[in-house]
Ligand binder design. Structure first.
Ligand SMILES: Cc1ncc(COP(=O)(O)O)c(C=O)c1O
Length: 224
């Protein structure tokens, strides 16, 4: 598809490069289609691989003309990434021992499998086990039309999200925010203990929703 449109540039966001749970490492675009190299910008960063969210260190690699133009904009828009973050990232990338990366991947894989299994067992919810990244997308369409104990109806995934927060203090993001309804997104970037508590709370909140009473049958006048 992209090959048919040679003027289209490709932005390949590989921020989750090391967070994958498939048997094999997922293929990289430029291994599959090396001919796209001259019009692909790779972006990556330290946030996910080294658990450095908030340190604001990222990088890009791509065609020289594009990178030069980016430098012009970046040098005017920001005085540069913070020095401590740069030093920490350089240290992390250069470290010979990268066991932290494989150990984190194993921990995230375990958490993703745990959350998927636990939420799959909740009547009304379904999901596929995540194959990478930090998130589980949970289908919640079966809850739409149910009623909260206070009588308010659940009309959307945003209502499900509000209910989980109101009832049990669990914060998740509605699928509508990503153009994917009716789902909600659970982050698995939390400790095993927090996730175990969260799935119990989600199950309890879902179990507290009532099915709406069926509409009364319309009266039929039968002529004598
Ligand atoms: C898909 C994706 N790309 C890039 C980023 C950027 O991460 P950061 O701004 O922490 O470097 C994120 C962070 O949430 C992300 O989810």
């Amino acid at each position: 598809m992209v090959r048919r449109h040679p003027r289209v540039l490709v932005l390949w966001d590989e921020i989750y490069e090391h967070i994958w749970f498939t048997p094999e490492r997922p293929a990289h675009l430029l291994h599959v289609a090396p001919d796209l190299r001259e019009r692909t910008l790779l972006v990556n960063g330290a946030s996910k691989t080294y658990a450095m969210t908030g340190w604001r260190i990222g990088w890009g690699a791509g065609p020289q003309a594009l990178v030069r133009a980016m430098e012009v904009i970046q040098s005017q828009a920001s005085s540069g990434p913070n020095a401590i973050g740069q030093a920490a990232t350089a240290w992390a990338l250069d470290a010979e021992d990268q066991n932290f990366v494989s150990a984190s991947r194993a921990a995230y894989a375990r958490r993703a499998a745990f959350v998927a299994e636990a939420l799959q067992a909740v009547p009304g919810l379904s999901l596929l086990a995540p194959q990478g990244a930090f998130f589980a997308y949970v289908r919640c369409g079966a809850l739409i039309g149910r009623l909260r104990p206070d009588g308010r109806p659940i009309a959307s995934d945003a209502d499900v999200v509000d209910w989980l927060l109101d009832a049990e203090g669990v914060a998740v993001v509605d699928g509508a925010a990503y153009g994917l309804s009716p789902y909600f997104r659970v982050s698995i970037a939390a400790s095993d203990a927090v996730l175990a508590e969260a799935v119990q709370r989600i199950a309890r909140a879902v179990g507290a929703l009532r099915l709406a009473a069926p509409a009364p049958a319309a009266a039929i006048a039968v002529a004598p």
